[in-house]
Design a protein around this ligand. Structure first.
Ligand SMILES: Cc1cc2nc3c(=O)[nH]c(=O)nc-3n(C[C@H](O)[C@H](O)[C@H](O)COP(=O)(O)O)c2cc1C
Length: 159
């Protein structure tokens, strides 16, 4: 991964538009609306057919998505806070409601409808997910100023 300061650029999610995507049962994107494409920074045709983790942000704990899939597999809808990464490495936060599309009694697709969240909620969820990730995966998110001589040492590590 070679992500830089673009990671700190947040995209505002519009309040009055629905952000929709659908996937097949394996999580491959089958449909996105225009707002979804705009916010993620992709063209719709770049997203269709790709696994939905194309916009997975490294700050998201694995357990959140494990819970999402386990919930869907039980036949229930899932709701939760998600930080997504844009094509340009920026990010955006949403509250997502994921549910099943059923035809003739069978689940044929999944659908997610998202809405914006408050700044206070973003801070709360960033802190919660930072803690969860650190406990579950031993990975920490560090944002700090570093003196240049220390930076040169850090650059010897591949991140
Ligand atoms: C309808 C639907 C919408 C999803 N939306 C997102 C999303 O916006 N961002 C995301 O990171 N994962 C989303 N996922 C979960 C991904 O499929 C995937 O599980 C997740 O990105 C974690 O990636 P991984 O399974 O490769 O670890 C969605 C799944 C479904 C079924």
């Amino acid at each position: 991964m070679n992500r830089t300061f673009d990671m700190f650029l947040e995209t505002e999610v519009p309040k009055d538009e629905l952000i929709i995507s659908r996937t097949d049962l394996s999580g491959k994107i089958t449909y996105v609306n225009e707002t979804f494409a705009d916010i993620s920074g992709y063209e719709p045709e770049e997203l269709i057919g790709k696994p939905h983790n194309i916009i997975r942000h490294p700050d998201m704990p694995q357990s959140v998505f494990a819970n999402l899939w386990a919930t869907l597999q039980r036949g229930e809808s899932w709701e939760g806070y998600v930080k997504n990464i844009r094509k340009d490495s920026g990010y955006y936060w949403v509250f997502a409601r994921v549910s099943m599309l059923v035809k003739d009694g069978k689940v044929i697709e999944y659908k997610s409808v998202r809405e914006p969240i408050s700044t206070a909620k973003k801070i709360e969820m960033q802190n919660l997910y930072d803690t969860q990730r650190s406990q579950e995966e031993g990975r920490s998110r560090v944002v700090m100023y570093v003196p240049n001589d220390k930076l040169a040492q850090l650059k010897e590590f591949e991140i």
